[in-house]
Design a protein around this ligand. Sequence first.
Ligand code: 1QQ
Length: 374
Amino acid sequence: LASCGSEGEGSGSAASGDLAGEGSGDSCSIEAAVPIGAVLSLTGAAASYGESQQRGLDLAAAELAEKGGVTYDLRIEDDQTDPRQAITLFDQFVSDDVSLIIGPTLSNAAVQADPVAQDAGVPVLGISNTAAGITDIGDYVFRDSLTEQAVIPQTIAKATEEFGLQNVVVMYSNDDAFTESGYEAFAAALEDEGVGVAETITFSKSDTDFRALLTQAQASNPDALVVSALIEAAVPLVTQAREMGIDVPIIGGNGFNNPRLMADAGEAAEGVVVGAAWNSASENPENTAFLEAFEAEYGTQPDQFAAQAYAGLLLVDQAVRTNCAADHDSIKEALGGLENVPTVLGEFSIDENRDAVHPAVVQVVQDGAFAVLE
Ligand code: 1QQ
């Protein structure tokens, strides 16, 4: 069935011959549809992120289909928020000889699945992985998502100035690659800003009752709670903190960039501070067109994860058109050379570590929506 896939990278199959085109940039024309695999968490604990990403990818694919010259065969699969399933899907996409794999949604899956693509020489574009070290997996691994280390220093600096923080409690789940990396970024940034950490409290990403831990946090009388968590824990943590009368600022990492925070925590989410890789209010032409198209298609506003997914597929298209070729090494080379590309995320470049470079913002929840904290 998948025997042709076992030839591995650079096998010079008939399919990769069709993936070399003519012309370049906007005039590039490639005969075969370019196969792109996407591994998203569409069910399980991270489904709310994955569903947003799916919408962003589908919207970009529809726009690319209109553009012409290069067509994409975008195949989106669900890893069920399970790293083992992500590995299975990466194996499948490698043996199907896709040109590139987008995803997986969580860093926790990326640390396990990306090596499959790296070993086969298939490029990967992470669109939401923010843990440190993901691109160190190898030279075929790229991302358009800013790391926690890139976003959090600005968030902590802004919050320290805004709220005069001197002493905080840090809380994080210690069983997830992203939340652990976010914790390290918070700890380093707090130290840089000279903010004391009265206590560091750990929990599990599957915890839903935080009252005992919050009582413990409250005892330190902190100026803020600094939290690295995925949305499934963030919602009850924030809700219970406010129910218990803890009214100090709550500062979250990338896991909080999810409209479910406001939808599910309601009033309790007001005032929560989060660093973000996408400024929803940006008036750059790419963003205003994106907001309008997304609203028209889905009847709702996009979130950061939809924006990063949308930008991701357009960046892949840009890379394919740069060399007018969709074999693995042409795409890899072109992705590595992306520089000052106008996107919904702002001016976008890839650095020497294959990580994303573009502006970040600090947001605060206001009237049920993220607003830029000026
Ligand atoms: C990661 C994250 C999550 C919040 C993505 C959905 O940043 O796992 O890296």
